[in-house]
Write a protein that binds this ligand. Structure first.
Ligand code: URA
Length: 188
């Protein structure tokens, strides 16, 4: 997908103070994906490689996807803010607002069955809530026919190991791959 070309209307109108070619990372994945992942904003590795979630947080995410038998290539992966905030600071409200119309357009175009928001910033934005991720992760919300599940950000699972199993459990649920806790008859 030629992301810049597809969304050239947006890029022609975005205020120049919110766009920086040197720090921009496009979304990746099938344009008709069943599942969309929304991260916060790219980091240094993402800018270097021109793809979301290719640094340490991305590796953690890939490990979990592998464990639950989901192909990363089947997921459309985007970020709330598509340029890397300087010094890895949190995205500002006005940056989120500047990039919001593009995210909205992407969600309309891909029209997935499930939107997974990774961490506080995209979860609060997409669900329009002030509630923190620890209160809402793993719950399925429905808005205009689309399911939305907030989950912990994979970077949080790196810093706090207890969050890894929670993230895995929530992603299993998002992909309908929950463990029953009981072995199937055929397993014996
Ligand atoms: N963290 C994010 O939120 N997005 C990325 O693309 C990489 C790390």
């Amino acid at each position: 997908m030629d992301f810049r070309k597809k969304y050239e209307d947006f890029f022609e109108t975005v205020h120049p103070s919110y766009m920086d070619e040197e720090r921009f990372v496009p979304s990746v994945g099938p344009e008709d994906a069943d599942v969309v992942f929304i991260g916060e904003a790219p980091g240094a590795n993402e800018v270097e490689q021109g793809e979301p979630f290719v640094g340490r947080a991305g590796e953690r995410m890939n490990d979990i996807l592998r464990d639950i038998d989901v192909e990363r290539g089947d997921i459309y992966i985007t970020n709330l803010v598509k340029i890397r905030p300087p010094d890895n600071r949190d995205p500002k409200k006005e940056e989120i607002e500047a990039w919001a119309p593009l995210l909205q357009q992407e969600l309309e175009d891909v029209d997935p069955e499930m939107i997974v928001t990774l961490g506080n910033f995209p979860s609060k934005h997409v669900l329009d809530t002030g509630k923190g991720i620890s209160k809402i992760h793993g719950r399925i919300f429905t808005r205009e026919g689309q399911k939305i599940m907030p989950v912990y950000h994979p970077a949080a699972a790196l810093y706090d190991r207890s969050k890894g199993p929670e993230l895995e459990k929530d992603l299993r649920k998002a992909f309908g791959k929950e463990e029953s806790g009981q072995k199937k008859f055929t397993d014996f």
